[in-house]
Design a protein around this ligand. Structure first.
Ligand code: FAD
Length: 501
């Protein structure tokens, strides 16, 4: 199987972007030298923000509105972080966040409606779920085989059981232990994959064995966003596109792309943020929005070292692993009623974004291999010469699995695909945060602990620090806002960047 032109072009574009990245770093260095030569201290700021994802951008918008001098340093070549829309065929698809929570506590929802009108949103997953069970037997959600299968009905029931705090008091046990205790489902059970692929992976971005049952129930009880979700309907409109129009355009002048922060030195009166290109960005306060994956990997060094409590906090929050794989076909090989598919293999769970993308003539299946499945595919890809061959191997594996389920049409109707592996993304290193057994143990919250400012100079913010609505875009946005407000309360609206000799 060979990748089609659009994929190869995409990879070429990425290569070009790396070239462009080096060029723009050189420009930044010159700019800083010129600014210093003129004595204007243009590389000094009230606040430096690390990361141009949703948390970083929302923090910047608020701080700029208060009149502060702000710079966002972003390691990658684009804004948005884990919001990332791409085009496959002629349809905008989401390689990161896709679901929007209805109005309550979600400022994105109201801003999008205001700009585009109500019809911009529609419901996803309309139709019937298809479960593969007993080595490829189909079980349709509303058919008698599914309805009379006690293992399947237990799986549906688990969706309302897992959040029951009274039933989940033992912080030492995982979701895998929980389903074993409750339904006798162990990893060799015929229904285990339903929980692993269709629940733990599909919702929490990792595997049953790593997610804490009591921690998850605790986390779930704090949730304040709507349970009702919507997706963007127009086929030419992605999540990145709407955010670019609503917010990002006005802020892009304040972002330095391709700027990887390596070291934060807060040992002096001000904070020095050092990037990989050798530049120093001096500020009073720094907001760090890098993911739990980045923090756990210690890609950013701190002088003085971070307090033990902060290190404990990020080490006691889980970081999911996984990828999104979008596969385009000339025609659907699945039945029209299929809204969502739970497989028994590495493809995990899949849905059909082109069902809800109005005006799309494409037929795209979006698969969501997370946790152990995602990791296995990442490892399979790693054994190959380069990223392109690795992605091809992932596609080959998934097409072969889908062929076993749906027949040869899968291969004959395949056109092209996009693989976005978040585990190997160098500046995310995972999908999104999840509660480990210890995250909320003994009345603590390591999410709240991570959100504690250090000496009123270093502020952590991002989806993982949100104690009520973690692991999602509105949660990240609220955290950016929270850190911005904490800083505003200290700086009191006076912009006075540090003077550097
Ligand atoms: C596959 C997937 C599906 C998802 N689905 C949904 C969904 O349907 N709905 C939903 O609401 N949420 C979803 N999410 C979660 C959502 O995308 C995230 O919670 C949110 O985007 C995180 O925003 P953030 O600002 O905290 O972090 P990020 O978006 O990760 O932003 C952090 C930024 O920091 C940068 N950075 C990291 N290290 C450095 C460094 N050393 N120097 C400079 N910059 C650095 C990164 O490049 C990144 O741009 C999904 C996430 C994934 C991965």
């Amino acid at each position: 199987m060979s990748k089609n032109d659009s994929d190869i072009n995409r990879d070429r574009r990425d290569v070009l972007k790396v070239g462009a990245a080096s060029a723009s770093l050189a420009c930044v260095s010159n700019l800083l030298i010129n600014e210093k030569a003129q004595g204007t201290n243009h590389n000094t700021y009230d606040v430096v923000i690390i990361g141009a994802g949703m948390a970083g951008l929302s923090a910047a918008i608020e701080l700029l509105a208060h009149g502060y001098r702000v710079k966002i340093l972003e390691a990658s070549h684009r804004l948005g972080g884990r919001i990332y829309s791409e085009t496959l065929g002629e349809t905008r698809i989401e390689l990161g966040a896709e679901e929007h929570y209805l109005g309550k506590n979600n400022p994105i929802y109201s801003a999008v409606i205001k700009k585009y009108g109500k019809d911009v949103y529609t419901k996803a997953y309309e139709g019937e779920q298809l479960l593969s069970i007993d080595n490829g037997k189909f079980c349709w959600e509303f058919s008698s085989e599914c309805l009379s299968d006690p293992d399947v009905s237990n799986f549906w029931k688990y969706n309302s059981y897992y959040g029951n705090k009274a039933q989940h008091k033992d912080y030492s046990i995982s979701l895998a232990d929980d389903i074993l205790k409750q339904y006798g489902v162990d990893k060799d059970h015929r229904a285990y994959h339903l929980y692993e692929n269709g629940f733990a992976g599909a919702i929490f971005g990792d595997s049953l064995k790593r997610i804490g049952a009591a921690s998850l129930a605790e986390q779930d009880s704090k949730w304040t966003l709507s349970e009702d979700i919507r997706v963007l309907a127009p086929s030419k409109l992605g999540y990145s596109d709407v955010l670019e129009k609503i917010w990002w355009n006005e802020i892009s002048d304040h972002v330095l792309l391709n700027t990887v922060v390596e070291h934060i030195d807060s040992s002096g009166n001000s904070v020095a943020v050092h990037d990989k290109g050798g530049n120093r960005h001096i500020c009073h306060k720094v907001i760090i929005t890098a993911s739990i994956g980045v923090l756990q990997s210690e890609l950013i060094q701190f002088t003085p070292a971070l307090p033990r409590a902060t290190i404990d906090a990020y080490n006691n929050i889980g970081m999911g692993r996984g990828m999104k794989v979008a596969l385009r076909f000339t025609a659907p090989f699945w039945e029209e009623r299929m809204s969502y598919l739970i497989t028994e293999g590495l493809s995990s769970s899949c849905w059909v974004p082109t069902n809800y993308k109005t005006g799309s003539k494409d037929h795209i299946l979006m698969c969501y291999p997370m946790g152990n499945n995602g990791q296995t595919l990442t490892d399979i890809a790693h054994k190959k010469e380069d990223d392109l061959e690795g992605a091809e191997e992932i596609i080959r594996t998934m097409l072969s699995e889908l062929t076993t389920l749906f027949g040869e049409e899968v291969n004959t109707q395949y056109i092209d695909s996009v693989v976005q592996d978040w585990t190997t993304h160098p500046y995310v290193l995972g999908s999104y945060s999840y509660p480990t057994p210890s995250t909320y143990a003994n009345g603590n919250s390591f999410r709240s602990q991570l959100a504690q400012p250090i000496n009123n100079q270093i502020f952590f913010a991002g989806e993982a620090t949100n104690n009520k609505n973690p692991s999602c875009v509105p949660g990240a946005l609220h955290e950016g806002s929270r850190a911005a407000n904490q800083i505003h309360n200290i700086l009191k609206g006076v912009s006075d960047p540090p003077q550097v000799a």
